[in-house]
Design a protein around this ligand. Structure first.
Ligand SMILES: [Zn+2]
Length: 432
């Protein structure tokens, strides 16, 4: 109900007006609607292409979410209760199911993810795939004593760039994790200006005599941001405005998300997930549990995300003023058949991403990139080698080095040799 109380902080009229102004601007510029205007420069190109992808994912995701709901309902009855599951019950019963079905204690995993080991893992992966070397430098200025500086070099010793890592929380530091650039790669007078990149996080800190032990989520995040860093470091473009991560929005999360696949693959896990006290490599039983648990609640998560993506698209493909926001949202959700036990990840009155966060007609981007990252990693899996050097070479050349210098889909196809398929994503989320 946030922003929906018919008081001075109510957002309904404001957002309806914003949607209308966006429509009018698009019309003035010669576009049918705001979506067409925004998407022209994105990988998706047209609203139809976005709807097409969302539709294809919606059916299997909803089917899975319904079966998750039914499972929880059974649990309610089994516990001797007689009420119907409501949206606010979902997480409570999902957690119960998780315990019963997956038996995974996150804390059991942490000892295998000492931050130094995870960093060794991610650097080691880049060495295996692209021959990169990471040399810690103590003679380079840094902005805080906790920051580490690495010089990144090619296999043959050629300088690539500088990577700063700043992984722990401290007072005055913004929450979250991100990648940024002190200097973006470009070419000037025929010479390469090398990149200076940073990765920031707020990971679990060392405490007492315990080192920093990361959660599985944090391991994902570290690999994710490192993927953005590689996109910045391995860029080989002329113009700064289209180099490195200056790509369409629906493409930019692909090089980061793809790294998360490697992070949790058994062959890679075994290179770095070692117990901080005993040095024991993560046992297969734990890896199996981890794999199984990754399918937990994926119907729900995909559905609540897709519902918000549809809502975003609907707001930005209107051709007339919206007079009743709540009714508009309701119709939008009815159209896709959203079940009442799930509400969209963001409802209209607090959908920050699209009304103030710069993601208007762009909330779909996350899953668009996810289709690419799942499909790209599938190429490695199908080759039988997650360290396939030929694929890694193509990936570097067409994806990591090319920035926004060509149409993203063309670049993708040059790397992959075919169009991306949604099947690997469906499989990864257990939606098949
Ligand atoms: Zn990212």
């Amino acid at each position: 109900m946030k922003g929906d109380h018919n008081d001075s902080l109510d957002n309904k009229n404001i957002l309806a007006r914003m949607a209308l102004l966006r429509l009018q601007r698009a019309n003035i510029l010669g576009y049918k609607n705001h979506s067409e205007y925004v998407l022209e420069e994105q990988m998706a190109k047209k609203p139809e292409n976005v709807y097409n992808l969302l539709d294809k994912l919606w059916e299997p995701a909803l089917k899975r979410a319904i079966s998750e709901r039914d499972e929880m309902q059974k649990l309610i009855y089994a516990e001797g209760n007689n009420f119907k599951l409501k949206s606010w019950d979902w997480w409570y019963y999902a957690e119960k199911l998780k315990k019963a079905k997956y038996d995974l204690d996150e804390e059991e995993l942490r000892p295998y993810f000492k931050v130094e080991n995870v960093i060794k893992g991610v650097f080691g992966l880049a060495t295996r795939l692209w021959g990169l070397q990471f040399i810690e430098r103590n003679d380079i200025q840094k902005y805080h004593p906790e920051v580490k500086v690495f010089e990144v070099k090619e296999k043959d010793g050629k300088h690539i760039g500088i990577l700063y890592t700043d992984y722990f929380p401290r007072a005055s530091k913004r929450a979250g994790a991100w990648m940024g650039e002190f200097r973006r790669q470009l070419k000037k007078d025929g010479k390469i200006v090398t990149p200076i990149i940073y990765n920031v996080g707020n990971f679990s800190k060392p405490s007492g005599d315990k080192p920093a032990l990361l959660s599985v989520d944090e391991v994902h995040t570290l690999f994710h941001e490192f993927g953005h860093a590689l996109h910045g470091l391995l860029s080989n473009c002329t113009y700064e405005s289209i180099s490195a991560t200056e790509t369409p929005r629906d493409f930019v999360e692909f090089p980061s998300q793809v790294m998360e696949n490697w992070a949790m693959h058994p062959d890679v896990l075994k290179t770095y997930a070692k117990h901080y006290q005993t040095g024991e490599i993560i046992p297969d039983t734990l890896i199996k549990k981890l794999e199984k648990a990754s399918l937990f609640n994926q119907g729900f998560e995909t559905v609540e995300y897709l519902a918000a993506s549809f809502l975003d698209m609907d707001y930005h493909t209107i051709n007339k003023e919206i007079t009743d926001v709540i009714q508009f949202e309701k119709e939008s959700m009815n159209k896709i058949g959203l079940i009442e036990e799930i509400i969209p990840r963001y409802r209209s009155t607090y959908f920050n991403h699209i009304f103030s966060g710069g993601y208007s007609s762009g909330y779909y981007s996350y899953i668009w990139s996810a289709v690419l990252d799942a499909d790209a990693f599938d190429a490695f899996i199908k080759s039988g080698d997650v360290y396939n050097l030929e694929l890694a070479g193509k990936y570097r050349k067409y994806i990591l080095s090319s920035g926004g210098t060509d149409d993203s889909m063309e670049l993708y196809k040059k790397f992959r040799g075919q169009d991306p398929s949604i099947e690997p994503l469906l499989e990864r989320r257990g939606l098949k």
